[in-house]
Each structure stands twice: as structure tokens, then as C-alpha cells.
Design a protein around this ligand. Structure first.
Ligand SMILES: Cc1ncc(COP(=O)(O)O)c(C=O)c1O
Length: 349
């Protein structure tokens, strides 16, 4: 596959303070773009990062026909660059697209496009745990037309943003008993843009009460734990890890999947099954809930320090043998090429 590359006259990297990066606020020098028209994806192009123009009638602006992915490029101490399980992201964006009646994006465009793009941005990827170039592939409906039907034209893009680790501060979560993120038959398993817009309001309410994140429960009964707004969740009860199984309502996280594999292969006691809120509350009351953590690409693993459910609040104990930290290190070692990768998850650029 050939990708047209238009070079920038001057990198803006010198104006960036890499010690003071917010999450996703600074964009790198280039972006990848590929348009879909007349039933096919056109020739992709990598060009200098810049605003795009869009018709005000573009369907995405009216009906939210848009999906995205979140992934990272890592640099090891020798300066080599890696992606982590990019085929999983490719598969997931196409699963999301299918659910939103959008066309699949070809695998070689996705993988080769990311590799070419990251190669151009080498200087933007800093070595060291937590430092990475966050990659945001996304697809949206561009056809100017106002009937509520699927677009016939789309734009696939990838933009990049240098990051340090996300959510490094305290994480208190509110377990929801009112608002829902998804329902059976809905789009919960898809990384649809609208899923995120829909959770901003309950998130805002929780933040006003001092909780940084919310954890959603099943829409039908609010009795089972599902996931966070942008992260999957895991609990350690005694020395056993339990995590909800994925379903059509839960986004199948690649971090989650990788951690489950690492746990299974390293002698952890792990159960993937439905998890009742009452079970977690009971365990917390009995002092058996030793850890509660969220996992996802952005923050890898974020230990939860406390949570609320209805009117009760619980504080997690400080543990000396944190499974969350052990697992985080195992995963980071693979991502940053510091340990053997027997799974072939690392993809060298
Ligand atoms: C709703 C939701 N759940 C879970 C995750 C974690 O997925 P991953 O580990 O692939 O980043 C994300 C982030 O992408 C998400 O948006």
C-alpha cells in the first residue's frame, strides 16, 4: 500500500513542554487521513496537522455517526518504537463501525498507516514508563445530507498526542444506581462517540460530589457491575481477582484482555463472571475487598482509593502486596520492551 506523505516545513515540538502535558491537549506534527466515497476508501495521506473543513450538513454533526479508538506508541531505552496489539484496535474499530452502519477500514491501511505516522513522529515519543504517544484513530460521517440514514461518505483519521500517564492522582468512584451507559441491544460494546457524550452528565454530577469517575451497572436492574466510563474494572476479594465478563453492553478492553491473560499465565486466582454490586459492598464491609482498580489504555491501571454506592462510602485499605501494581509493571515491561513478550503483543515499528 502506498501512502502519500506531505512533509511539514517545521516541527512544532520545540514549543512543547513535555513535563507539563495534560491528557490529549497537544497534538503532534502530522495526521493521517483517508476518505470513503463511491463505495471505497481512497488513497490515504499523511499531512501536517491542521484543522479540517466540513460541510455543516455533514451527518456526523446531526446524528453522531462516529466511532474511535485509543492506543499508544511506546519507545524503549534504545529508541525503538512499538505499538501494542494494534490488530485488536483494528478489529474493534471495525466492530464499532459495523454497529453504526459504517464501512470497515482495511487492515493494511490501519496498521501501515499507524506505523508510517509514528515513524514521522519519532521525536514525539519519549522513553520511560508512562510516556507515550497517544494515537486516536476515528471515523465519522461526512456526507452533507439531513435525512436520518447512514452516510455514504466518511473520513478516517488518526491524530497523535504526547502523554504522560493519566489519572495519576487519587481515584474515587461512584457506582451508579440511576444513570446507564448502555443497554441490551444497544451500542455499549462499540466505541461510539455518542456513548461518551451520554455519560458526561452523570459524570459531572459525580464530580460535583467529589468522585473522579463513575462505574456503571446494568441498565435493567442496576445490580451488576459493568464498567467505568472509559475503563474496565477489576476487584480483589481476598486473594481472588474478579472482573465482569464482557457482553454487548461492555466495551471489550484490550488492557483488560491482556491482564486476564497475564493473570491466568502467572498463577493468579482470577474469575471472569457477573459481579454483583452487593458482593463488592459486602466484601468492603467485611474488610475482604483488598483492591479495586480500573484498567484501560490511557492509564493502564488506576487503583481506586474509595467508592460510593447509594448513600454509603467505602475506603479501600492500603495493601503491601498490590496486585494492581504488580500487574501494571508486568504489562508496562511488555509494552516498553523490558521483558520477553511471549504473546507477540509488541509490534515493532
Ligand atoms: C468504555 C470503555 N471501557 C473500557 C476501555 C478500556 O479499553 P482499552 O483497554 O482497550 O483501552 C475504554 C477505553 O478505551 C473505554 O472507553
Amino acid at each position: 500500500m502506498s501512502i502519500e506523505i506531505q512533509h511539514t516545513a517545521k516541527s512544532k515540538i520545540d514549543s512543547v513542554d513535555f513535563e507539563k502535558l495534560g491528557f490529549g491537549t497537544i497534538m503532534s506534527d502530522y495526521m493521517f487521513e483517508c476518505d470513503y466515497k463511491d463505495g471505497k476508501w481512497e488513497k490515504p495521506v499523511i499531512k501536517p496537522y491542521a484543522p479540517i473543513t466540513m460541510d455543516p450538513a455533514a451527518r456526523v454533526l446531526h446524528y453522531g455517526q462516529a466511532v474511535f479508538e485509543g492506543m499508544k506508541a511506546y519507545k524503549d531505552d534504545n529508541g525503538d518504537l512499538f505499538l501494542f496489539r494494534p490488530e485488536e484496535n483494528w478489529q474493534r474499530i471495525n466492530n464499532s463501525s459495523e454497529r453504526l452502519a459504517m464501512p470497515a477500514f482495511p487492515k493494511e491501511y490501519f496498521i501501515d498507516g499507524l506505523k508510517e505516522l509514528v515513524k514521522l513522529e519519532t521525536e514525539w515519543v519519549k522513553p520511560g514508563f508512562g510516556n507515550a504517544l497517544y494515537l486516536r484513530p476515528f471515523v465519522f460521517a461526512t456526507q452533507p445530507a439531513l435525512s436520518a440514514t447512514p452516510s455514504t461518505e466518511y473520513k478516517f483519521m488518526v491524530i497523535c498526542s504526547p502523554v504522560k500517564s493519566y489519572f495519576s492522582g487519587e481515584l474515587k468512584v461512584a457506582i451508579q444506581d440511576k444513570y446507564s451507559r448502555s443497554a441490551a441491544g444497544g451500542v455499549g460494546y462499540a466505541k461510539a462517540a455518542g456513548n461518551y457524550a451520554a455519560q458526561f452528565y452523570p459524570q459531572k454530577l459525580a464530580q460535583a460530589k467529589g468522585f473522579q469517575q463513575i462505574v456503571f451497572t446494568d441498565a435493567a436492574s442496576h445490580t451488576y457491575i459493568e464498567e467505568g466510563g472509559a475503563m474496565n474494572v477489576m476487584f480483589r476479594i481476598g486473594n481472588k481477582i474478579v472482573t465482569p465478563q464482557t457482553s454487548e453492553r461492555i466495551l471489550p478492553g484490550i488492557t483488560r484482555k491482556s491482564l486476564i491473560q497475564l493473570m491466568e499465565d502467572n498463577g493468579f486466582d482470577i474469575e471472569v463472571r457477573d459481579v454483583k454490586v452487593s458482593e463488592i459492598v459486602e466484601a468492603a464491609k467485611k474488610g475482604e475487598l483488598k483492591e479495586f482498580f480500573c484498567c484501560g489504555t490511557a492509564a493502564v491501571i488506576s487503583p481506586v482509593s474509595g467508592f460510593a454506592y447509594k448513600d454509603e462510602e467505602f475506603t479501600l485499605p492500603k495493601v503491601d502486596d498490590s496486585y494492581a501494581l504488580k500487574l501494571k509493571e508486568m504489562l508496562l515491561n511488555i509494552q516498553y520492551n523490558k521483558s520477553e513478550d511471549k504473546y507477540g503483543w509488541r509490534v515493532k515499528i
